[in-house]
Design a protein around this ligand. Structure first.
Ligand SMILES: [Zn+2]
Length: 127
């Protein structure tokens, strides 16, 4: 499995943006309490909590040794795609399909599998 990780520059920008968002949340909370609408202040507190979580996540990605992954790159052996199966794709992962008899499943060269244990073209072990 390979990963796509966020860049340190964009992560730092996101962290700074999250701090600004937290400050806005504090401002919102104070203003709504002063105007006498504590119901609206709840949203301000939730906003501050969300901004702090995002700030921690972004600053760790900007400065930490190991960054969190944005995307994981897998093939169907590691993790099949349920939607692909549901919408008519192969039920079995591509790699588990039975290769055509008489051909190397790795390079596609015509090979007599009775006489060869290894592909004479690419050298892979034949099934
Ligand atoms: Zn081969």
């Amino acid at each position: 499995m390979k990963s796509i990780k966020p860049g340190r520059g964009p992560s730092m920008m996101g962290g700074i943006g999250s701090v600004i968002a937290a400050l806005f949340g504090v401002f919102w909370t104070v203003m709504t309490l002063r105007m006498g609408v504590p119901f609206m202040a709840v949203f301000g507190i939730l906003f501050v909590v969300m901004a702090i979580v995002q700030a921690v996540y972004n600053f760790r990605n900007a400065t930490g040794k190991s960054r969190y992954s944005s995307f994981d790159i897998t093939d169907s052996r590691e993790e099949p795609d349920p939607l692909n199966m549901q919408f008519g794709g192969s039920v079995l992962p591509e790699e588990r399909k039975q290769p055509a008899a008489g051909y190397c499943p790795y390079c596609g060269a015509p090979v007599d599998q009775q006489n060869y244990r290894f592909c004479p073209v690419c050298g892979e072990k034949l099934p």
